[in-house]
Ligand binder design. Structure first.
Ligand SMILES: Cc1cc2nc3c(=O)[nH]c(=O)nc-3n(C[C@H](O)[C@H](O)[C@H](O)COP(=O)(O)OP(=O)(O)OC[C@H]3O[C@@H](n4cnc5c(N)ncnc54)[C@H](O)[C@@H]3O)c2cc1C
Ligand code: FES
Length: 283
């Protein structure tokens, strides 16, 4: 039983879960994810494992409730169990001694990049983290990030906390200051990762992005997560989720990710109506 051991709201609609999953906690390597269904009736949700506690047998997930299934997860309480949970999935991150690595996280992308940053730090790299949020209320994981970085730049779009500016501009600032950057890791919204790739391409810096396409099974069977990398079709769930940013066709991926937006909104609306009808019946 995948019991929710702790649940904490860390920002508007963003939750930190510790879930009991001892086998996954034991096998997890940085960069991998799980697929879970909050309820028997839910769709599958891919989520990156931020960290694992092997002794306690738990994994930590940071979840932004943006649609039906993530909201169903956000409604569960400590002591509840998720219906099922599969993992660890995907290829682990490439870990090596690269030198100075800049890790850029936008929104919950900060959580997605966390384990990679931590493991690269343990491997002897100098880690600079740029973590961006819309405003102060959306700033997440500052203490965790401070622990695993040599330099931490917390940024908000409106300047209400930390440095004012978009993560892309702050990366440019590092180059302007003459910082020797040996590798960049980025996770966040696709347009952000595309911009990061454009910036680092100019400087010839090897760059890895963690892609977040729509996934269905998460094990390479459905083809739902396909993307174009270096002109070839890849399945992000089994071939990734991390890829060379300079080879990713972001435009086609953004089109695919937006394709289901209307359907998902209709589904959520229908579900809300069902819930209201049930409530009226009970009253
Ligand atoms: C490998 C991987 C790791 C991920 N890790 C995390 C994580 O650690 N924390 C986290 O909060 N989220 C993560 N995500 C994104 C998360 O899986 C989606 O937000 C979730 O599946 C949306 O499901 P939903 O039913 O709540 O929303 P839906 O109702 O399905 O979608 C709501 C809206 O979000 C869009 N959407 C759906 N899935 C995605 C997606 N994958 N990327 C961008 N837009 C999407 C839809 O088009 C729609 O507009 C990850 C995705 C992948 C593929
Ligand atoms: S999610 Fe089905 S092939 Fe990747």
């Amino acid at each position: 039983m995948f019991e929710i051991k702790t649940k904490t709201k860390i920002a508007p609609d963003i939750f930190r879960f510790e879930i009991y999953a001892p086998l996954i906690a034991k096998k997890f390597q940085a960069g991998q994810f799980i697929v879970l269904r909050p309820l028997e009736s839910s769709e599958r949700v891919p989520l990156t494992i931020m960290k694992a506690n092997r002794e306690a047998g738990t994994i930590t997930l940071i979840v932004k409730a943006i649609g039906l299934s993530t909201r169903q997860l956000a409604e569960l309480k400590e002591g509840d169990a998720v219906a099922d949970l599969l993992g660890p999935l995907g290829k682990p991150s490439e870990i090596g001694k690269f030198g100075t690595v800049v890790v850029v996280g936008g929104g919950v992308g900060t959580a997605v990049a966390f384990a990679v940053a931590q493991t690269l730090k343990e491997a002897g790299n100098r880690i600079i983290i740029i973590s961006g949020a819309r405003d102060q209320s959306f700033v997440i994981l500052e203490d965790d990030l401070r622990e695993i970085s040599d330099e931490l730049i917390m940024a908000t779009d409106d300047g209400s906390y930390g440095v004012k500016g978009f993560v892309t501009e702050l990366l440019k600032d590092l180059y302007r200051k003459g910082e020797q950057i040996d590798r960049v890791i980025a996770a966040g919204p696709l347009p952000m990762m595309k911009l990061i790739a454009d910036i680092t391409r100019e400087h010839g810096t090897p760059t890895i992005v963690s892609l977040n396409p729509i996934m269905v099974d998460g094990i390479g069977m459905c083809g739902g997560c396909r993307a174009l990398v270096n002109g070839k079709i890849v399945f992000v769930c089994v071939d990734g989720p991390e890829f060379d940013a300079h080879q990713v066709d972001f435009d086609s991926l953004m089109r695919r990710n937006n394709a289901y937006r209307d359907i998902e909104q209709e589904k959520e609306h229908a579900c809300k109506l069902d819930a209201q009808i049930e409530e009226m019946k009970r009253a």
